[in-house]
Design a protein around this ligand. Structure first.
Ligand code: MGD
Ligand code: MGD
Ligand code: SF4
Ligand code: MO
Length: 741
């Protein structure tokens, strides 16, 4: 008997609704869910990966332990005992900081990991916590934290894409990535609708991207020059009297400082450095300010580069000073149905560098150490050296900078445990791998992504297919490890879980959202159960649309959300600036000290000689970072792991499409085929990340046939945005030569 199951697609941040047709426990079809009010039936080819991953014979179903060059399957009891014994031994001998943890990108889609990773982090009590947000988002975390005083991501304003009349996209490629820090299903159609309403889309990118192709206007920019470009827009806004604060009127601090800074960035002074003419910069500033509503949106191109903090700052200065903050069609703060901040400690302001990393003194940000410091923390001997790691859903030796050194570091650990379902380039180095079931085998809610959603929505999905007998869901894995680290390895999981629920309930009660709401009342009303559902129910009920535990009859509960398997639309973004601002001054801080302090570095770079050739990244519609290349339907066809370069650079080096070149940087080299295209700015070459599936000992039979090369052999753990410690994935100086025949 065929049945259908609905869920959201977990392969990017867009949260498209998917409808799966299932017979017995076989997935027959994967379709866009036409009844999902948010995604309106749209899906991209990656959604098919739900079936591909589920069926993949290479995917682990049971824990494995490394024995010599091979692996043995072990029971969950044995696996937990092995991990506990070894981690505790490291901790007993070397202290808490000797165990590090690194959390990768897929965790954001797994409610169990979102809610129970913090439990494990607390149980570890280590300073060495790393995270893929510390790879792709630190500048945004710091910038919005300092300006708006909110913990990430609650202070990130998202473009109101459904109502905007002008979208300035700086260093993002939403036609392919489908958006990031802007949860937007059905992205291609939503962008088309901007233009359909008579709006304009302008793209600033060193590559003429798929988004640039559909845009009204595209300008190449030299990698890393965005901060100067954006400050120059601000310059024009002041110089021409275009500054209008609108909703932010009376709510800003530091306007005079920003004016003084911007006065140093007239278009004529930045044009050559950026590669955009002074006339164009002036015109763009005027058009942005003249539009009825406009949003400046920057993503990876403005974050993982030399001046990530300043570029992220520049984007929001443009938004605020043009009167587009908190404006319909501008950039707005969300009102998520399940507000995680209800369970966070309340305090004013945002601090960075409450401690620094041991070896190179990288600043702590939101409890995390920048990921580029991970290598040196493992490799540098001395008290506090990381000797064991927990890797949760990351293929770090492919996704983080300086892969060769990172591989050496992981291989040299006393113990490595990976929570992952593939034996890939990274997990092959593990002692034990603990596999959660595949996506279709668990239930969930896109808690984290709905915090950044361009409409307020709520959608719960149930398991589409039952997990195999004895499988452990992520939350169970994380909670069991936490119990062992807390010396409660023998305790029943229910007891541990009740304890976790109580902690969340206590935080919610103390948040004061509902005076009189106590921890006891919450615990009683969420009822019996286990795992993430009780915590989610609690957050929904205290959220802006919730039933307030009976105080707002008819409001949302998890039960009510469950009754709408296609999802519930809770409307467009709503202005509420005053509720969001949480700085110590109570105002938007336009000119925080870390930004001002970093300007001298920018000025020095503007005056310095420039490298002849720099490397940037590239995303592909059918890849999701590194982990879907073992799904045949998503890798067949022509080789995507090519080095794109302009015809001018190709002529200079004397290469043509199809030739192999040797590309080298400070850290390493790769041999890669060239693809000549005038979509690249001269002086810039582009290689996608997530490839290089030829590592010995990995078990990815399909991916190995399309191995490609690992671009992070070239990226450099010592090249980072100094203000935040963020790895520069874009703008790495490289050399190019023809490969010997
Ligand atoms: N040069 C360069 N490098 C980059 C980037 C770039 O633009 N350029 N982008 C960076 C960015 S933005 C990011 S976010 C990172 C991403 O890098 P990572 O966070 O390392 O993500 P993936 O490479 O996708 O690897 C995900 C891992 O999680 C496993 N996995 C998948 N789903 C699950 C699950 O549900 N549970 C568990 N436990 N495991 C799962 C997969 O098998 C795989 O091992 O890469 C970064 N690396
Ligand atoms: N299909 C697909 N979708 C994905 C992913 C994927 O791997 N595949 N990954 C997901 C993840 S983890 C993330 S974080 C998001 C990222 O989402 P996006 O940021 O939209 O994705 P990118 O393709 O990295 O876009 C960055 C753009 O910046 C440009 N760029 C590089 N350097 C500079 C610079 O110095 N200045 C400017 N202005 N531009 C520059 C690049 O050419 C590129 O077009 O995508 C998510 N969605
Ligand atoms: S756009 Fe993203 S969420 Fe939507 S189907 Fe594609 S990968 Fe999945
Ligand atoms: Mo990312």
């Amino acid at each position: 008997m065929a049945r259908t199951a609905q869920r959201t697609c977990p392969f990017c941040e867009a949260t498209c609704g998917v409808s799966l047709e299932i017979e017995e426990d076989r997935i027959v079809t994967v379709r866009g869910d036409d009844r999902d009010p948010f995604s309106r039936g749209y899906i991209c080819p990656k959604a098919y990966g739900l079936k591909g991953l589920y069926e993949d014979p290479d995917r682990l179903r049971r824990p494995v332990r490394r024995v010599g060059e091979g692996w043995e399957e072990i029971s969950w009891e044995e696996a937990y005992a092995d991990v506990a014994r070894n981690l505790l031994a490291v901790r007993d001998e070397h202290g808490n900081d000797a165990i590090g943890m690194y959390t990768g990108n897929p965790v954001v889609h797994d409610l169990g990991s979102v809610l129970y990773r913090p439990v494990l982090a607390r149980a570890l009590g280590s300073k060495n916590l790393f995270n893929s947000a510390a790879i792709d988002t630190l500048p945004k975390i710091v910038q919005t934290g300092l300006m708006f005083g909110r913990q990430f991501p609650l202070g990130v304003p998202v473009p109101d894409i459904d109502r905007t009349s002008y979208l300035l996209i700086v260093g993002a490629n939403p036609i392919v990535s489908h958006g990031s820090l802007m949860t937007t299903p059905d992205m291609p159609r939503r962008l088309e609708e901007v233009q359909g309403r008579g709006g304009r889309i302008v793209v600033i990118d060193p590559r003429r991207t798929e988004t640039a192709r559909i845009a009204d206007e595209h300008h190449f920019i030299r990698p890393g020059a965005d901060a100067a470009f954006l400050l120059s827009l601000v310059h024009v806004m002041f110089a021409e009297g275009l500054v209008r604060l609108q909703r932010a009127e009376g709510m800003v601090e530091g306007l005079a400082e920003v004016r003084a800074v911007a006065s140093g960035f007239p278009p004529e002074a930045v044009a050559d450095y950026c590669g955009i003419s002074a006339d164009d910069i002036r015109r763009l500033a005027r058009e942005f300010c003249a539009a009825p509503s406009a949003a400046c949106y920057g993503r990876l191109g403005t974050c993982v580069q030399e001046f990530g903090l300043l570029a992220s700052w520049g984007c929001d200065l443009v938004n605020i000073l043009s009167g587009n903050l908190d404006r319909e069609g501008g950039v707005m703060f969300t009102t998520p149905a399940a507000p995680v901040d209800a369970a966070l400690p309340r305090g004013k302001g945002f601090e960075i560098a409450r401690w620094r990393s041991r070896v190179s003194g990288q600043p702590e940000v939101a409890g995390l150490i920048p990921s580029n410091a991970m290598c040196e923390e493992m490799l540098t001997p001395g008290p506090g050296q990381v000797r064991a790691m927990i890797l949760l859903a990351t293929n770090a030796t492919v996704s983080a900078a300086n892969s060769a050194r990172l591989t050496e570091a992981f291989a040299g650990l006393d113990y490595l445990v990976c929570i992952d379902f593939y034996i890939n380039e990274t997990t092959r180095l593990a002692n034990v791998i603990l596999p959660p079931p595949s996506y279709v085998e668990h239930s969930g809610y896109e808690l984290a992504l709905y915090l950044l959603s361009v409409r307020d929505v709520a959608k719960w999905y149930s398991e589409a297919v039952p997990p195999p007998q004895g499988a452990q869901q992520s939350w169970q894995i994380l909670l069991t490890l936490s119990a062992h680290l807390l010396g409660m390895g023998g305790a029943p999981l229910q007891m541990m879980d009740d304890f976790v629920l109580r902690q969340y309930a206590q935080a919610v009660a103390e948040s004061g959202r509902y005076p009189g709401l106590t921890e006891e009342e919450i615990i009683e009303k969420v009822g019996a159960g286990q795992g993430p559902e009780r915590i989610l129910d609690m957050l929904l009920r205290v959220g802006p649309y919730g039933d307030g535990f009976g105080r707002k009859p008819g409001g949302l509960t998890l039960q009510k959300v469950r009754e709408h398997p296609h999802g519930i639309d809770l409307g467009a973004l709503k202005p509420h600036l005053a509720d969001v601002i949480n700085t110590v001054s109570g105002k938007i801080e336009l000119a925080p000290e870390p930004m001002l302090a970093d300007l001298s570095r920018l000025r020095a770079a503007m005056a310095a000689p420039r490298p002849d050739l720099v490397l940037i990244g590239r995303r592909d519609l059918r890849s999701c970072n590194s982990f879907m290349h073992n799904v045949r339907a998503l890798v067949k066809g022509r080789d995507r792991c090519t080095l794109q370069m302009s015809s001018r650079d190709a002529a200079r080096v004397g290469v043509a499409s199809g030739d192999r070149v040797r590309l080298t940087s400070r850290t390493g080299g790769v041999l890669v085929p060239v693809e000549v295209t005038d979509d690249l700015m001269p002086g810039v070459v582009s290689l996608p990340h997530g490839w290089g599936h030829d590592a010995p000992g990995a078990r990815l039979s399909v991916a190995a046939e399309h191995a490609g090369v690992n671009t992070n052999l070239l990226t450099d753990d010592r090249a980072y945005d100094v203000a935040t410690g963020t790895t520069m994935f874009n703008g790495i100086p490289v050399r190019l030569e023809r490969a010997p025949a």
